[in-house]
Design a protein around this ligand. Structure first.
Ligand SMILES: Cc1cc2nc3c(=O)[nH]c(=O)nc-3n(C[C@H](O)[C@H](O)[C@H](O)COP(=O)(O)O)c2cc1C
Length: 173
């Protein structure tokens, strides 16, 4: 199978990480892949806030809980990953959510290609949008977060993928 295609089937969401930091050059390559994701009208209307600070990660989780995000007891939303990339877009831009999602997916694939793991995280969105957190994300004026992805070196093997549905394609000839 073509290696690029195989990567699409093999990437998994990783939910346990080693604490090791990501070298700057590796992080740069992952972010570059995020920037090369498609964006509506090619406007690149999105911002990447790279959170490497565990205190800020904890503040995001605490703010999410303060805004009624319900985590199961003992749940660690970022799974111990050393980096979280928050994707934001202008509040009044109608394709902000899609642009952020495309960038996040590219980051996930780049991380996998470079031997790292990742997990798209939306559970903390109420925390990302808390004014106290937004103020620390270095956002351009009038931007708001749409999601984030944690990245790091996996602890242990990736889980087996769930079987894919067989009833979700219609081919219309
Ligand atoms: C929009 C979106 C939000 C997600 N939010 C979370 C999340 O908050 N926490 C989490 O552990 N996984 C989250 N995921 C990851 C999914 O649970 C995961 O992609 C799915 O179970 C399939 O597993 P796979 O990525 O290994 O194929 C999210 C995925 C997407 C696309």
């Amino acid at each position: 199978m073509n290696e690029s295609y195989e990567m699409l089937l093999k990437r998994r969401s990783i939910r346990a990480y080693r604490p090791d930091p990501i070298p700057d050059d590796v992080l740069d390559r992952i972010l570059l892949a995020g920037k090369y994701a498609p964006s509506a009208m090619g406007l690149q209307n999105r911002h990447f806030s790279v959170v490497l600070n565990r205190t800020l990660m904890n503040e995001i989780v605490a703010a999410a809980e303060g805004n009624r995000a319900a985590f199961a007891p003992g749940h660690v939303p970022f799974y111990g990953a050393p980096a979280v990339v928050v994707l934001s877009a202008p509040k009044d831009f109608r394709h902000g959510r899609e642009d952020c999602a495309c960038a996040i997916e590219n980051i996930a694939l780049a991380a996998y290609a470079l031997g790292l793991g990742s997990c798209y995280i939306c559970s903390v969105l109420p925390g990302l949008r808390d004014a106290s957190v937004e103020a620390k994300l270095d956002l351009p004026d009038n931007y708001e977060p749409y999601g984030c992805i944690c990245v790091g070196y996996p602890l242990g093997a990736a889980p087996e993928p769930k079987r894919r549905r067989a009833d979700d394609v219609s081919v219309l000839r």
